[in-house]
Ligand binder design. Structure first.
Ligand SMILES: Nc1ncnc2c1ncn2[C@@H]1O[C@H](COP(=O)(O)OP(=O)(O)OP(=O)(O)O)[C@@H](O)[C@H]1O
Length: 990
């Protein structure tokens, strides 16, 4: 092994630290005489300067010292370490020896700087920490071995602080002049924590005693030696090995006996300390001699021998001198400063401790085995690294997976949110459209009402015109009978009545045109909105279908399901509001129509009563059939009174289910509803009203209005048709039961009333009586509905049947009902021998009734071909104002063919007398009082004309229909004239 390091001169680094003024010094009243001027300059002021001392008068009272670095009481441990010792660590690793020693009087802070406290560790700890950190950083390439020893020189004896039991140790110098402590314990470790524990342990072994100057006065010099050996990990035949030592020395403080007041052992310790320090001072003096000729006597003390290399050899050395700032320690401070100042000029020859090791062939085996070990070690390290990498990669994969999952979760949540928003948007739009539709429908209804009012004005005017014309014609006819031809000529010059339309009528026509245009516009808007609504509903459905696929969690599914449900309910609510609105409007219109009808009815009654009064007053002869008619009229009046009461009850039993309502619409109302009143006794128009009132309870779809032409146009004006609210089986049963009980009551009351009639009326005439036969025949021919039996007022089987179970069951649509009782069978049954013709007739009707009741329930497929449909007895001919929706004229035509206006109807017995009973099926009770009234009028005017001719086969005009209810409109049948045609046209236009 040979030393290959290059040497270079290096000056000793001297730092000076001034500690803070201690409590004791403050108590003594010491003043601060040492000041740090800057990073390097210290000023020491002499507190004993006497102004009277002439000899020293010219001397400066302050002395300035310059050092490499200067600290005062404000400097921290870290600052001192960084400025003094930290730079040595790099050199130490590179193979340069280093020494740091703390020098100064006792109690000036040497131990504080080197060892420090737990909170403020000193140079020892900080240096070792940094050293091991630096070793760790380069350990991949270099192989280090660190050993540490800790000793004290106490009373010129060396003691191993790590192993105090080893006794006093000797100093020896090897062949190269390197001082060694024989037998010292060297601890090899690179664990900083372990070294710290050793230091604590060693410090506890250090001799420390309290003195007057310092309560923790160190009575020995403590030397911590750290040896660092470093070599490259790559082995070769020759290899470079670096070796360096670091001494960190906490010297004992120089002390004055007077100051320390030591006695005995302490005094002896002090003497030894001072001697070693004096030797150190001498060495420093010698080393700092500028000439360099002075002999350096290291052998005077073990301290100087130990520090031989550090002071004058191969070492980078840092001296940290400590002084007290107190005036009381002025002398010690000045001495210390003087020594430190001298030490500055000490120069050391520093060289790297490099050893090139050449191996013999015999050592190659070891080298190879070492290399193998190294290879194994490296392989192991690589494996460890790869496994660490793998695990980190796995961790990375897991992280990535977690991230992906989180991202997917976020994505799905965002998707769900978007879906929810879309759904909500679709629902909101649906609701908006619903509302708009409702508003449009409302406007439409209002327009309809307005139109009805205007139509009414026009109709009134037309009636008035017709009345005037009729009157004019009658007058003309009368005059033609009374006067001769010449007078006729003169009369022919009379102008017809003025038929110019009034201002009101013109205005009404204008308004009608305007309202029709408005209605068209509304209809267009409605169609558009309905189209949009359908699209939106489809869109919402598609979104709802998407839900199960998109929704990941049950919770989300539940929430979205509820959301859909809520909006469905909202839509249903809107539909119900729409229905309510429509119903409200329909009711308003019905009320209007009912009022109108009642006006007509009262007027008819009034006229009949007054005419009757007139006949009675003038004792005019009344033909028996007119008397019969009048009696019938009176009975009808009574029945109507009863009927009003019963109708109120029967209304409560109106069918509620769709099927029942449909039955009511397609066919006459079921018995439980209004059969006892509207179908038997009430005039046609009344029945129609009731039936329409029924239809108010139907859903506003076209289907619900099928049976009533008056309300059929409503089909086109209904809003989007939401499904009807279905009533479950139980509820339906309850409703039916309620209906049945009310129907039973009504039927019983009806039967009772008829029985009273039987008691009151004369018995049926004998079949042998030709007159009565005629009457009887006429009765059997005549429709039974509301038409009282002249032959003794026997309660008809039909009416008795009204209370039967059969009949009642039909009210719920479950069995045959009474519907057929107000229609007349077309094909009469051939009487058997035992049956009277009347019984045969009843039997036939009963069968027909059963078939009709099937028709109502819809159980027979060919029900539509029954007579009920052909006769259409419920269709009104009397009041055009029922036609509240849509076009009127086309709807009226088929209706009128089935039930012509009263002006064209002959009373049954008259037609029989004339042998022309063809229109009996047209006969119905609704026109009864009107017919009667007609005959009374005719009779009064001209008894000869009381035998009417059969009605001409012509189409009924609307104006004539409208005049049905008006007494003034009753006129003898006549061929349609130009005026009538004009009426027809104007009515159709309206
Ligand atoms: N820089 C400083 N800051 C604060 N306190 C200090 C400082 N220097 C020294 N002291 C305090 O002064 C007292 C004496 O210090 P220390 O024991 O380190 O002196 P010393 O020079 O080692 O004495 P000795 O030579 O007798 O061992 C201690 O209580 C120490 O905490």
């Amino acid at each position: 092994m040979k030393d290959t390091g290059e040497s270079k001169d290096q000056q000793l680094t001297v730092a000076l630290r001034i500690r803070p003024l201690s409590d004791a010094e403050q108590e003594e009243g010491s003043t601060i005489v040492a000041h740090r001027v800057d990073d390097q300059m210290i000023v020491l002021m002499d507190p004993m300067e006497d102004p009277d001392d002439i000899l020293r008068a010219n001397r400066s009272r302050e002395k300035t010292y310059l050092f490499d670095v200067a600290f005062d009481f404000s400097a921290s441990q870290e600052e001192v370490y960084r400025a003094t010792t930290k730079p040595l660590i790099e050199g130490l690793i590179s193979g340069y020896n280093a020494t740091v020693f703390a020098y100064g009087p006792t109690g000036c802070g040497k131990t504080y700087t080197m060892l420090g406290t737990d909170k403020e560790p000193g140079i020892y700890v900080r240096t070792l920490n940094d050293l091991f950190h630096a070793i760790e950083e380069t350990s991949d390439d270099m192989l280090y071995s660190v050993s540490m020893s800790y000793l004290e020189i106490y009373n010129e004896m060396i003691r191993d602080l790590l192993n105090p039991s080893s006794g006093f140790l000797d100093l020896r110098e090897d062949s190269k002049g390197v001082i060694q402590v024989a037998g010292i314990t060297e601890v090899s470790t690179i664990n900083a924590q372990e070294i710290m524990e050793l230091l604590v342990k060693g410090n506890k072994q250090r001799t420390q005693e309290p003195t007057a100057a310092n309560q923790t006065s160190s009575r020995s010099h403590a030397v911590l030696q750290v040896a660092v050996k470093q070599q490259s990990r790559s082995r070769d035949v020759s290899q470079e090995v670096r070796f360096a030592r670091l001494f960190m020395i906490d010297l004992a403080g120089s002390e004055r006996a007077a100051q320390t007041q030591n006695r005995g052992q302490r005094l002896k310790e002090g003497a030894h300390i001072n001697r070693s320090l004096l030797a150190l001072g001498n060495c420093i003096n010698a080393l700092s001699d500028k000439n360099g000729n002075k002999y350096v006597n290291y052998r005077d003390s073990k301290l100087t021998r130990l520090l031989k290399d550090s002071l004058g050899g191969n070492s980078r050395t840092v001296m940290i001198a400590h002084i007290s700032p107190a005036s009381t320690a002025f002398e010690e401070s000045r001495n210390t400063l003087t020594y430190a100042d001298r030490a500055k000029s000490i120069r050391t020859r520093v060289k790297k401790n490099l050893m090139n090791v050449s191996y013999h062939i015999a050592q190659y085996t070891n080298i190879i085995s070492d290399l193998r070990c190294e290879i194994e070690r490296l392989k192991k390290k690589i494996a460890e690294q790869s496994s660490r990498q793998l695990s980190s990669e796995r961790a990375d994969i897991r992280n990535v997976q977690a991230e992906v999952q989180a991202h997917a979760g976020l994505q799905s949540r965002a998707d769900m949110e978007q879906l929810r928003e879309q759904l909500l948007h679709a629902f909101r739009q649906q609701m908006d459209i619903r509302k708009s539709l409702m508003e449009l429908e409302n406007s439409n209804m209002e327009i309809q009402i307005d139109k009805s009012k205007h139509l009414l004005i026009i109709t009134d005017w037309e009636q008035e015109r017709s009345r005037r014309r009729s009157k004019w014609r009658a007058e003309r006819r009368k005059e033609s009978v009374k006067k001769d031809e010449s007078e006729k000529d003169s009369d022919s010059t009379e102008s017809p009545p003025d038929t110019t339309e009034t201002q009101d009528v013109l205005l009404a026509r204008e308004n009608l045109t305007f309202l029709a245009a408005e209605q068209k516009k509304i209809q267009k808007q409605k169609n558009l909105l309905e189209h949009q609504f359908v699209e939106l509903r489809d869109q919402a459905r598609r979104l709802e279908e998407l839900l199960p696929r998109r929704v990941s969690s049950e919770e989300q599914r539940e929430v979205l399901g509820l959301l859909c449900k809520v909006h469905e309910l909202e839509i249903e609510n809107a539909e119900m509001q729409s229905h309510a609105l429509l119903k409200d409007n329909v009711i308003r219109q019905k009320n209007f129509v009912v009022q109108r009808f009642e006006q007509y009815s009262h007027l008819c009654d009034e006229i009949i009563q007054q005419q009757r009064q007139f006949i009675d007053d003038h004792s005019l002869p009344v033909p028996p059939y007119l008397q019969e008619l009048y009696d019938m009229y009176m009975r009808e009046l009574d029945d109507r009174k009863l009927d009003r009461v019963m109708t109120r009850t029967a209304f409560a039993t109106c069918p509620t289910t769709t099927e029942d309502r449909r039955g009511c619409a397609d066919t006459p109302c079921p018995p439980s509803c209004l059969n006892l009143s509207c179908k038997k006794l009430l005039p046609e128009s009344s029945i129609d009203l009731r039936c329409n009132a029924h239809s108010m309870f139907q859903p506003l779809s076209g289907r619900g209005f099928r049976g009533s032409p008056h309300v059929r146009p409503m089909k086109t004006s209904s809003v989007m048709t939401p499904p009807p609210i279905h009533i479950n089986g139980k509820e339906r049963q309850q409703i039916r039961k309620g209906g049945q009980s009310i129907a039973v009551k009504a039927a019983r009351r009806r039967s009772k009333a008829l029985e009273v009639d039987v008691l009151r009326l004369p018995h049926a005439p004998s079949p042998l009586d030709p007159k009565k036969q005629k009457s009887n025949l006429s009765l059997s021919e005549a429709p039974p509905r509301g038409f009282p039996t002249r032959c003794g007022r026997q309660p008809s089987p039909e009416l008795r049947h009204a209370t039967s179970d059969d009949n009642l069951s039909s009210s719920t649509g479950e069995g045959p009902g009474l519907q057929a009782t107000w229609t007349r069978p077309r094909n009469r049954q051939v009487p058997t021998k035992t049956q009277t013709p009347r019984e045969v007739d009843f039997e036939a009707r009963r069968k027909k009734r059963r078939s009709r009741s099937f028709e109502v329930t819809g159980q027979l497929p060919h029900a539509k071909t029954t007579t009920a449909q052909r006769f259409r007895p419920l269709d009104s001919t009397s009041d055009p104002h029922l036609h509240i929706n849509g076009p009127h004229a086309p709807m009226l035509r088929p209706h009128c063919r089935a039930a012509p206006p009263l002006t064209k109807v002959r009373p049954p017995h008259i037609t029989q007398q004339a042998g022309k009973l063809r229109t009996a099926e047209r006969w119905n009770s609704s026109g009864f009082h009107q017919t009667f009234f007609y005959f009374v009028c005719v009779f009064l005017l001209d008894p000869q004309a009381a035998t009417p001719s059969p009605p001409p086969a012509r189409r009924t005009t609307r104006s004539e229909e409208l005049s049905c209810g008006s007494p003034s409109s009753i006129s003898p049948p006549q061929a349609p004239g130009p005026s009538a045609r004009a009426d027809t046209e104007s009515g159709a236009a309206a």
